[in-house]
Design a protein around this ligand. Structure first.
Ligand code: S5P
Length: 480
């Protein structure tokens, strides 16, 4: 019995040595000078992306990973590979052992279903995470966080190689058990024994590991799990700072789009709904009687109820023309009643320069990066261009109108229109999503609700309902 066990172990080591030698032969283990994701310089690099070109090797790697958790497999209802290298490995494991797979997107896509996790999500079920190499554990933890965010349990991660640089501790501190097939020391030993490297190389790697045994996780700024208050400290524009901090103190991420036609209606609604909103969004040009008096009354209400006014003028011309439009008397924008104005990025940076050159100090622009209307052309490269523009002008561009989180800049406020309960759209192409989808799933910051509130029987209690739903979705996001 003892002999059998011993032989079994010998066999396993022999197989592992063989596998390591093959990985070396295909160039998956390299020696030289490499910069790792964590920023440290390493004399050894492990690149398993290549194995997709060697199907038998890919199958072997999948098998050894499965064996490393074979005693635990009954606990898992799904498997997810850390993108991208571990994706094909997880696919083979899933297919061979009939364990449903989930795919985590690194970036939430900006079209279609916009899900971060693809596949059937059974909330409360356990998912096994698969990774090729762990250094600091940052990538593994990012995947675990995304899986947990959609309601899955993640308690085990299996990796082929633990580089022995602190990843195990970092992962286990988050309550996730790390199972590794190989450590870097074992790997080097096997390479030495199979004649692939010299003892000098082994010593050099050992020394490197000794000196870099605790690689810190480089905290990537992730605005979706930061509070509005934390983000306000990182915002460059005073209105962005004010807005983000009032959203937390007032506990609201609801913008009310008061698209009514008279000043009387607008002022009345703004006063009634004001206690529940962070932004009052106006369209001065759809009103029959907008005047200086309307502007003054709105300004007073913004102070009384602590909200920010955004005039949704959607400027879209060259700088010189938008300067003239902004300063035209009728809408009194230069008086500062609306510190935020919307504009299209279509003309390029000139539209921002034009507006900012005439807007009162402390004003800001909100760029329309995506639209809620069906068939919108604000997609793909256009949207990407809008985000680059926004990120390059944080002192002027406070936020974006969008349907998805598009940027990781903490100060850039993502505002989503086309939000309404119990309606999918209107007859002119408007498309609605719920508050929970916008804030909870698509990770934007503010919902913009128009008809959902002002057409309701009781606009105030309806605004309260939207406010609660959207703020709860935000709080839920922070809990991960
Ligand atoms: O893509 C967009 C951008 C905006 S700013 N889709 C939109 O609906 N809007 C505005 O949001 C629109 O002009 C209107 O003022 C509001 C949505 O109104 P609702 O009544 O459909 O909620």
């Amino acid at each position: 019995m003892v002999l059998n066990n011993y032989c079994g172990r010998c066999l396993k080591i022999m197989k592992m040595k063989e596998l390591v030698a093959q990985l070396f032969d295909i160039g998956a283990i390299k020696f030289g000078q490499f910069t790792l994701k964590s920023g440290i310089q390493s004399p050894v690099y492990f690149d398993l992306r290549l194995i997709v070109s060697y199907p038998p090797l890919l199958a072997q790697v999948s098998d050894v990973l499965w064996s490393a958790v074979s005693e635990k497999v009954a606990q898992f209802q799904s498997i997810c590979g850390v993108p991208y290298t571990a994706l094909p490995i997880a696919t083979l494991m899933s297919s061979k052992h009939n364990l449903p797979m989930l795919i985590r997107r690194k970036e939430a896509k900006s079209y279609g279903t916009k899900r971060q996790i693809e596949g059937i999500i059974v909330k409360g079920s356990s998912c096994l995470v698969v990774e090729d190499v762990v250094t600091s554990g940052a990538s593994v933890l990012e995947t675990c966080a995304d899986l947990k965010r959609v309601g899955l349990k993640v308690a085990h991660v299996v990796v082929l190689l633990d580089r022995e640089q602190g990843g195990r501790g970092n992962v286990e501190r988050e309550g996730v058990v790390l199972h590794s097939v190989l450590t870097m020391s074992q790997l080097m030993q096997y390479l030495l024994e199979t004649g692939k490297v010299t003892s000098e190389t082994v010593d050099m790697v050992k020394a490197f590991i000794r000196e870099n045994s605790q690689v810190k996780i480089v905290e990537k700024c992730n605005p979706t799990i930061m509070s509005y208050t934390e983000r306000s400290q990182l915002a460059a524009n005073p209105i962005a700072k004010k807005l983000l901090s009032l959203m937390d103190s007032k506990e609201t991420n609801l913008a009310f789009s008061a698209d009514v036609k008279t000043s009387h209606e607008l002022v009345k609604l703004a006063d009634a709904v004001g206690p529940h909103i962070c932004i009052l969004k106006t369209h001065a040009d759809i009103m029959s009687d907008f005047s200086r008096d309307t502007a003054d009354q709105l300004k007073a209400l913004a102070e009384k109820h602590n909200f920010v006014i955004m005039e949704d003028r959607k400027f879209a011309d060259i700088g010189n023309t938008v300067q003239m439009q902004y300063t035209q008397e009728q809408y009194c924008l230069t008086s500062g009643w609306a510190p935020l104005v919307t504009c299209h990025p279509l003309p390029g940076p000139g539209v921002i320069d034009g507006l900012m050159s005439v807007a009162p100090p402390g004003s800001g622009c909100v760029l329309v990066a995506e639209m809620s209307s069906s068939g919108t052309l604000a997609v793909g490269e256009y949207t990407k261009g809008a985000i680059s523009l926004a990120e390059s002008r944080p002192e002027s561009i406070v936020g974006v109108v969008c349907r998805n989180r598009l940027s990781t800049s903490p100060g850039l406020i993502h505002m989503t229109p086309g939000v309404r309960d119990k309606a999918s759209g209107d007859s002119l192409g408007q498309q609605y999503i719920s508050a929970e989808t916008a804030i909870g799933e698509r990770h934007t910051d503010i919902i913009i609700v128009g008809r959902g509130i002002y057409s309701a029987q009781d606009p105030v209690s309806t605004a309260k309902m939207y406010r609660e739903k959207a703020f709860q979705a935000y709080n839920q996001r922070l809990k991960v």
